[in-house]
Design a protein around this ligand. Structure first.
Ligand code: PLP
Length: 283
C-alpha cells in the first residue's frame, strides 16, 4: 500500500513520523475519514470544510490547500486501486521537544493520509441485519465538535460493546444520548426523525448534515433535540449515520428490541436516498 507523508508518496513500511510528533505524545491532531465508492470520494467538500474548522478551533495552520488535499486523495485512490473503501487523513501540530506549551507557529504540521480497501462497502447486505447497541456513560472531553485523534474512550466503548455481544455503544450524558462511538444517533417516532441538536457535545457529522437535508427535501419531519435511552427503546425505529456506515439501522438497545426488532422503513429509505445522491455527486 502506498501512503502519503508530508509531501511524499511512499510504501507504507518506509513512511516515518517523528517520535516527538505531538500527535503521538499529546493526541494533538485532527483527522477525517472520507468514503470512496466506485473510485470516487463521497462529500469531499464537507470533510475538507470540517477539517478547516477543526484546525482553526485548535489554532493550527492547514498544511496544504483544499485543491492539493483533493489531489492527494485522488492520487492515493489511484495508486492503491481503491474501488470501495476509505481515505484516512490526519494533521498534527508537528514534532517538537516535549512541552505542554505549543511549539512556535513555524513548526511544520505533520500530514498523513492512507487508504483502506472495503470491497462492497455500500452493499445492501451490510445493513440487512442492523446493529445492536449498548449504552455507556459519555466520558470524553468537552469539545467533541472538534474531530481530534483522542479516540481512547470511543475505542474502550467499542470493546465494551463487543464484550456485551453488541455492535456499538451509544454514549449518555446527563441522561441524554450524545452519539455513538463513531457515528451520530437517531430515533424515529411516527413520521418524525429525532437526532440530538448540534453543540460542543457531539461531532457535527458530514453524513448527518446530508441526511437531514435530504429528509427535509423528501418532506420528512425532523426534530433536533436530546432524547433518552428509554425514549429510544420505545421508538418505532433507530439508526446511526457516519461516513463509513452511511445510514445503518439499529435494532436493539441494551437488549430491548426497537419496534419489531428488524431494520425499519425510514432508515432503509434514508440509506437509499443518501447513497443515491452520494454516488451522483461523488468527485
Ligand atoms: N460522531 C463521532 C464521534 C464520530 O467519530 C463520527 C465519525 O467518525 C461521526 C459522529 C459521524 O461523522 P461523519 O458522518 O462525518 O462521518
Amino acid at each position: 500500500r502506498t501512503v502519503y507523508v508530508n509531501g511524499e508518496y511512499l510504501p507504507e513500511d518506509q513512511a516515518k513520523v517523528s517520535v516527538f510528533d505531538r500527535g503521538f505524545l499529546f493526541a494533538d491532531g485532527v483527522y477525517e475519514v472520507t468514503s470512496v465508492l466506485g473510485g470516487k470520494l463521497i462529500d469531499f467538500a464537507g470533510h475538507a470544510a470540517r477539517l478547516a474548522r477543526s484546525l482553526s478551533e485548535l489554532g493550527m495552520k492547514a498544511p496544504v490547500d483544499t485543491d492539493t488535499l483533493l489531489e492527494i486523495h485522488r492520487e492515493l485512490i489511484a495508486r492503491n486501486g481503491i474501488e470501495d473503501g476509505l481515505v484516512y487523513l490526519q494533521v498534527t501540530r508537528g514534532a517538537a521537544d516535549r512541552d505542554f506549551l505549543y511549539p512556535d507557529a513555524e513548526t511544520p504540521p505533520t500530514l498523513v493520509l492512507f487508504t483502506q480497501a472495503k470491497p462492497g462497502l455500500a452493499e445492501p447486505d451490510r445493513a440487512a441485519k442492523g446493529w445492536s447497541v449498548i449504552s455507556i456513560p459519555d466520558r470524553r472531553w468537552g469539545r467533541r465538535d472538534i474531530k481530534t485523534v483522542q479516540l481512547l474512550y470511543p475505542s474502550m466503548g467499542k470493546m465494551m460493546a463487543k464484550a456485551a455481544g453488541a455492535d456499538d455503544a451509544w454514549m449518555v450524558e446527563d441522561g441524554a444520548v450524545t452519539e455513538g462511538t463513531s457515528n451520530n444517533a437517531y430515533i424515529v417516532k411516527g413520521d418524525t426523525i429525532i437526532t440530538r441538536h448540534l453543540g460542543e457535545e457531539i461531532l457535527h457529522g458530514i453524513t448527518r448534515a446530508a441526511v437531514l437535508r435530504l429528509a427535509a427535501e423528501a418532506q420528512m419531519k425532523v426534530e433536533e433535540r436530546s432524547f433518552t435511552i428509554e425514549e429510544a427503546q420505545g421508538a418505532d425505529e433507530a439508526f446511526i449515520t457516519s461516513a463509513s456506515s452511511f445510514v445503518m439501522p439499529v435494532v436493539e438497545i441494551d437488549g430491548t428490541p426497537i419496534g419489531d426488532g428488524t431494520p425499519g422503513p425510514m432508515a432503509a429509505r434514508l440509506r437509499e436516498i443518501y447513497l443515491d445522491e452520494a454516488r451522483r455527486k461523488a468527485v
